[in-house]
Design a protein around this ligand. Structure first.
Ligand code: APR
Length: 277
C-alpha cells in the first residue's frame, strides 16, 4: 500500500464537496459476495448466457430445474449473510461524519451500501431486494426476512422428479398483489435496458461531481464503463481503488492499488469522536 499516495489523494478528496462513487462487485468481495470475473468469479462457475439472461435461465430451468433452484438458493444465502465491510463503512463516513454530498452509483444488486449507512444510492443494475411485475411493472420492496423465508421454501421444493420440480418451481414464483402477474427480481439481466430514472439521476450527478471514486469494477460492462470518462470530461478528479489495474487506471488521477477494505479507511480516515472530559 502506497500510504503517501493515498494521503495525497485523501487531501484532494476532502477539499471537495460533491462526490460521486462508482462501485462494482469488488467492493462487496470482502463481505463474501463473489465478483463476476477473475479467479473465483460467478461467471466462471455459471455461464452468463444461461444464468445472466432471462431466456437462458428459463431454458436451463426446464432442462435442469434442480440446478437453477440451487443457484437461486445459494445466491440468496450469500447475499443475505453478507454484512458491509470497511470499504462500505468508509463511504458512509464520508457522508455522515464529513458531511459531504455523496452519491453512490452502484452496479451491485446487494444492499450493503444502504445497510452500511449511505442514504443516496443509485442502483443502475437493479436491486435484489425489489420485485417487479412482468405484466404491470408494479414494484414491491422486499427485505432479508422475505428472502430468508423464500429460501426455506426453495429448499423444501428441491427433491422430486423433473416434472414435479418444474411444477414446484413455477408455483414458487411470486405473484403481483396488483394484477396477479408473475413477479421477478428487479435486476438488469444481460441484454436488458438499464432503469431510465436511475440512469438520468446518474448523469445529473456525474455532471455536478467534483470527484469520482471508482471502486471494485473491471469496467467490462457498458454503459457503466463510460461514467468515469464523462466525469473526467466534466473536470472531476478521478480516484480509482482496485487491487488490479483496469481500463480506467490510465485516465485516473490516482490509482490506489489494494482492497477496498484496506484503502478506503486510509483515503477517508475515521473522524475521532471528541471525548468529553
Ligand atoms: N476491493 C476492490 N476491488 C476488488 C476487490 C476488493 N477487495 N476484489 C476484487 N476487486 C476488483 C477486481 O480487480 C475487478 O476489477 O473488482 C473488480 C470486479 O470486476 P467484475 O467481476 O467484472 O465486476 P463488475 O465490474 O462489478 O461487473 C460489472 O458485470 O456481469 C455484470 O451485471 C454484472 O454488475 C456486474 C457487471
Amino acid at each position: 500500500m502506497n500510504k503517501e499516495l493515498i494521503k495525497e489523494a485523501s487531501g484532494k478528496l476532502l477539499e471537495k464537496n460533491n462526490i460521486v462513487v462508482l462501485t462494482g462487485s469488488g467492493i462487496s468481495a470482502e463481505s463474501g459476495i463473489p465478483t463476476f470475473r477473475g479467479e473465483n468469479g460467478l461467471w466462471l462457475k455459471y455461464s452468463p448466457e444461461k444464468y445472466g439472461t432471462v431466456t437462458g435461465l428459463i431454458g436451463e430451468f426446464l432442462k435442469s430445474p434442480k440446478k437453477v433452484l440451487e443457484f437461486a438458493l445459494n445466491l440468496i444465502e450469500v447475499f443475505n449473510n453478507a454484512m458491509p465491510n470497511q470499504g462500505h463503512l468508509s463511504l458512509a463516513c464520508l457522508e455522515k461524519d464529513y458531511g459531504k454530498n455523496v452519491t453512490i452509483i452502484t452496479q451491485n444488486i446487494d444492499d450493503l451500501h444502504e445497510v452500511g449507512g449511505n442514504s443516496n444510492v443509485v442502483k443502475v443494475h437493479g436491486d435484489l431486494y425489489t420485485l417487479r411485475c412482468t405484466k404491470c411493472n408494479y414494484r414491491k420492496k422486499i427485505d432479508r426476512e422475505y428472502l430468508k423465508n423464500y429460501a426455506a421454501k426453495l429448499e423444501n421444493a428441491m427433491e422430486g422428479s423433473l416434472l414435479s420440480l418444474i411444477k414446484k418451481g413455477k408455483e414458487l414464483l411470486p405473484v403481483c398483489p396488483k394484477c396477479g402477474g408473475i413477479m421477478r427480481p428487479d435486476v438488469v439481466f444481460f441484454g436488458e435496458a438499464l432503469p431510465q430514472k436511475e440512469l438520468a439521476k446518474t448523469f445529473i450527478t456525474i455532471d455536478a461531481a467534483d470527484v469520482m471514486i471508482i471502486v471494485g469494477t473491471s469496467g467490462e460492462v457498458y454503459p457503466a464503463n463510460t461514467f468515469p470518462y464523462r466525469a473526467k470530461e466534466n473536470g472531476a478528479l478521478l480516484i480509482e481503488v482496485n487491487p488490479q489495474r483496469t481500463i480506467f487506471s490510465e485516465t485516473a488521477d490516482y490509482f490506489l492499488e489494494g482492497n477496498a477494505g484496506d484503502i478506503l479507511p486510509e483515503l477517508i480516515p475515521p473522524i475521532k469522536e471528541n471525548i468529553s472530559e
